[in-house]
Design a protein. Structure first.
Length: 441
């Protein structure tokens, strides 16, 4: 017999509070994650992967950065499973806690000179832990906002705030690294100063956990779990996703592929290229990317707002086409050795990527139904991260080493952009007219 349904109470949390709280937690997760990426490009190679060839150290360090992407789909499925069955909030709290523990521990790790091969092994283990946590963060944070009862008319803009957490996290990470490296001699920073940002992250995590614990579940999730037609949550959301929304799975990967490949090529490989190949100082390199990230932040919000007016696809398509063209100018501008021109290269590239990324959170959410939405967003987004983000920086280093040119790297990035463009252009929503969707809340 169907169970008696008690209508879920309206959420006491305002949409503004939910957006801020969700974003704070996501910013902290991205801070932790990007902190490692920037350090991998700048100092971790010689400390944990010493070699007579600096390029080898950099390659191994960037490969360690990519290891986390292997764990992200597992984190997406794991946290998505519990988030779809038991609540978005619980999954997000555990994701932030795991990320915080992993990041703080990296700051305490002995280097290769102290404990030998155990140092890179432990570094890889903690990086996998970071990847597992981040895999469960994005989808849940997006849903806390876009499933809220007050989000219907501004869903594109509100969802874009979750996307903007990435550049804010990077700005905070790069800014803290830049300040730390600027206030101490380079030798001190390379030997022990790099640990400071990792250890300070613990304060941010504690604040984020306190804020996140104060939230309620979003209204759309409450309503679905209270429906008499569904007396129990789906047993395995991952399998249900393929069963009910097979047309949505590939698009969720293909579209996100463009943002991951472009973003990590721009802020990880291009950062290492500016530092190691062109000769910019660590502080100058970080400052250029930091300024570009500010433009990225505003581009994300602007495109999310525009998507509420003209639809999700137009700003996304403009962004992916623009980056596919601009990537051929990015590296020549950096190679000039002129900080203004190099900064222009970073900034314009990230503006185009921001146009792609802004509506993406909501676009992905609209592909899946509520009972598998956490899993659907997380799986597609993190699989794309493995291909576009985890492989791209290391592959770019390999291409540079083989061809001694950035043109093959730009061709690769443009090819990924074409895949994303076609995916976005030809994708229709995954929900049928008979099924519930986000417009009901």
């Amino acid at each position: 017999m169907p169970r008696t349904v008690v209508p879920p109470p309206a959420s006491k949390d305002s949409i503004r509070k939910v957006t801020v709280a969700s974003m704070v937690g996501t910013v902290i997760e991205w801070f932790d994650f990007n902190l490692f990426g920037a350090m991998a490009a700048l100092v971790l190679g010689p400390l944990f992967f010493p070699s007579d060839n600096p390029l080898t150290s950099t390659l191994l360090s960037l490969a360690t950065f990519g290891v986390a992407f292997v764990a992200r789909p597992f984190g997406g499925v794991l946290f998505g499973h519990f988030g779809d069955k038991y609540g978005r909030k619980k999954a997000l709290v555990f994701a932030l806690l795991i990320m915080g523990v992993g990041t703080f521990a990296i700051g305490l790790l002995p280097t290769y000179a102290s404990i030998g091969i155990a140092a890179p092994v432990l570094l890889v283990t903690l990086r996998l832990l970071q990847g597992l946590a981040l895999g469960g963060e994005y989808g849940g944070a997006v849903l806390m906002v876009v499933e809220h009862e007050g989000a219907a008319k501004r869903r594109g803009l509100l969802g874009s705030w979750m996307g903007s957490a990435s550049p804010i996290g990077y700005i905070l990470a790069a800014g803290l690294i830049a300040i730390t490296s600027a206030v101490m001699p380079e030798d001190a920073f390379n030997s022990w100063g790099w640990r400071v940002p990792f250890l300070l992250s613990a304060i941010m995590v504690i604040v984020g956990l306190y804020i996140r614990m104060s939230l309620e579940e979003p209204q759309a999730f409450k309503e679905v779990t209270a429906q008499s037609e569904t007396p129990e949550p789906v047993k395995i959301p991952f399998l249900e996703m393929f069963k009910r929304y097979p047309r949505s799975v590939f698009p969720s990967i293909g579209a996100a592929l463009g943002i991951h490949a472009g973003y990590y090529l721009s802020i990880i490989f291009a950062l290492a290229y500016a530092r190691n190949d062109v000769g910019f100082s660590a502080t100058s390199s970080l400052l250029m990317v930091l300024i570009a990230s500010v433009f990225y932040f505003f581009a994300i919000l602007a495109s999310g707002h525009i998507s509420d007016k003209v639809g999700r696809k137009p700003p996304m398509l403009v962004g992916v086409v623009g980056f596919a063209i601009w990537v051929f100018a990015l590296f020549p501008l950096i190679a000039t050795g002129n900080a203004v021109l190099a900064g222009l290269g970073f900034s314009v590239g990230l503006i185009f990527l921001g146009s792609l990324y802004g509506p993406m959170s909501t676009w992905l959410a609209e592909l899946f139904g509520t009972q598998v939405r956490y899993t659907g967003i997380s799986f597609g987004y993190t699989i794309a991260a493995v291909i576009g983000g985890g492989i791209t920086p290391a592959l770019a280093v390999g291409l540079m080493d083989r061809y001694d040119s950035t043109i093959p790297i730009s061709v690769f990035a443009a090819g990924i952009s074409v895949i994303a463009f076609l995916t976005i252009l030809f994708t229709r929503r995954g929900l049928s007219h008979e099924e519930e969707d986000l417009n009901n809340v």
